[in-house]
Design a protein around this ligand. Structure first.
Ligand SMILES: [Zn+2]
Length: 436
């Protein structure tokens, strides 16, 4: 039995899919205008793990995991203007980076990756439905969702009206009937990306894309909707309102799962605060993807995760230990104790502590692989980056020197390699090496 903390219920609930053969999960994906930071990588890793756990718990079911790509947005338009390029140049570049970075962190591609710019039709159709049902109105080229038209608005964030208006940082605009109303569609001048619509040439607001893409790809009501804590309000609150009002009251999601922030010092890591660390720069600096993945899973997903260099060092040391212990073992059975911890609202701290206690190498290997780590061979792991051919060439040189009884040269090569952090081990099968 899987239990998940549901933000809507403010409680852990047993997860029972609506259809045992088809489990649907949607997670709000990246807005592709810059490199993802570690805070953005956390939901990608957490929901990748949740998907694996669902597939393990429901082997008979198709787990359909959709993660969208927001490729039309004011920040994308601003970046494109700054570089004087088409918005597609920006979005394609940063989507590619995102997929590479997440791939290095062991995040498998989602089942479906809908792009906002390919889904304008379904968005316009949903906005038309909302207008027809009296939940939205057109004004000065905009279409706005009428918050007072939805008596259940605020159900997820449980904010009162004053907090909602303050939290949404909504612009006061003359075309709004109510200050809490939010934009579904806005006009685009000729110089900016836009699409024809019943309200003139324009582009969608951010919130409508998720509601429309969920409807188009997964259905009116999905099992799990996920994302970072910062999306609860206003984004997910608005998604709920749009979808429920467009679908005659059907709820958008049966479980709402939110991950906590990654903190830098005492602050949340965020682009606007300028305190970000990106997986891209950490990978380039020689940190391995598995180290970053383990670091991101080391804390419980709902708690804030302080990002420090010692967290990465600890994760590296844990992985070194696990690689030594697993040695060259093949993958056996997945450990029940680890799965039990994961089934309980993805308790990764407990799961990882149990992983460390597994005595059997094949069980350790299989369980670690399930978590997305220990995927390299022990040899490749300790050799670090690169293919090591340069080191092999110098070992050959040393072997030749030894054969020629030139021990001074042989020792010199060994010492030089040691100074570079490469340790040689002479054994009966020849010389092997690893990075210190
Ligand atoms: Zn969303």
């Amino acid at each position: 039995m899987i239990r998940l903390h549901d933000t809507l219920a403010r409680a852990k609930r047993e997860f029972v899919p609506a259809d045992p053969k088809r489990i649907t999960m949607y997670v709000c994906g990246p807005t592709v205008y810059g490199r993802a930071h570690i805070g953005n990588a956390r939901p990608a890793v957490v929901f990748d793990l949740l998907r694996r756990v669902l597939e393990h718990a429901f082997p008979e079911a198709d787990v359909i995991y959709a993660r969208n790509v927001t490729d039309v947005d004011d920040k994308i338009i601003a970046s494109a203007e700054e570089e004087d390029v088409d918005t597609a140049v920006i979005t394609e570049r940063y989507e590619r980076h995102y997929l590479e970075d997440m791939g290095a962190l062991g995040v498998n591609p989602p089942t479906i990756a809908p792009h906002a710019t390919h889904e304008i039709g379904p968005m316009i159709a949903m906005i038309e439905t909302l207008v027809a049902r009296g939940h939205a109105y057109a004004a000065e080229g905009h279409v706005l969702f009428s918050v007072p038209s939805d008596p259940e608005y605020g159900v997820l964030s449980k904010r009162d009206r004053e907090q909602m208006i303050a939290g949404a940082r909504v612009e006061v605009a003359p075309y709004k009937r109510d200050p809490a109303d939010f934009v579904l569609w806005k006009p685009s001048p000729d110089t900016v990306v836009g699409w024809d619509s019943p309200w003139g040439r324009g582009r969608p607001g951010w919130h409508i894309e998720c509601s429309a893409m969920i409807r188009a790809h997964l259905g009116e009501t999905i099992d799990i909707h996920g994302g970072g804590l910062d999306l609860i309000f206003p984004h997910h609150e608005n998604e709920i309102a749009q979808s429920r009002c467009a679908h005659g009251g059907a709820p958008l999601a049966r479980y709402w799962v939110h991950n906590g922030f990654v903190d830098m010092g005492a602050e949340k890591m965020s682009k606007s605060l300028g305190n970000i660390v990106t997986p891209g720069e950490l990978l380039e600096a020689g940190h391995k993807g598995e180290v970053l993945r383990l670091a991101l899973l080391s804390g419980h997903y709902r708690q804030p995760l302080p990002w420090t260099t010692s967290l990465m060092a600890q994760s590296k040391a844990i992985l070194d230990g696990l690689y030594r212990k697993a040695g060259g073992a093949g993958a056996g059975e997945i450990d029940d104790g680890v799965m039990e911890a994961l089934y309980d609202d993805l308790n990764t701290p407990l799961a990882l502590s149990r992983l460390g206690q597994i005595a059997d190498a094949t069980t350790l290997k299989a369980t670690a692989n399930f978590l997305g780590i220990l995927l390299e061979s022990e040899k490749a792991w300790f050799r670090g980056g690169g293919d090591g051919s340069e080191v092999d060439a110098r070992i050959e040189e040393r072997n030749a020197a030894k054969k020629a009884r030139d021990f001074a040269t042989a020792d010199r090569i060994r010492d030089e390699l040691k100074a570079e952090g490469i340790l040689l081990e002479d054994g009966p099968g020849g010389t092997t090496w690893r990075r210190a």
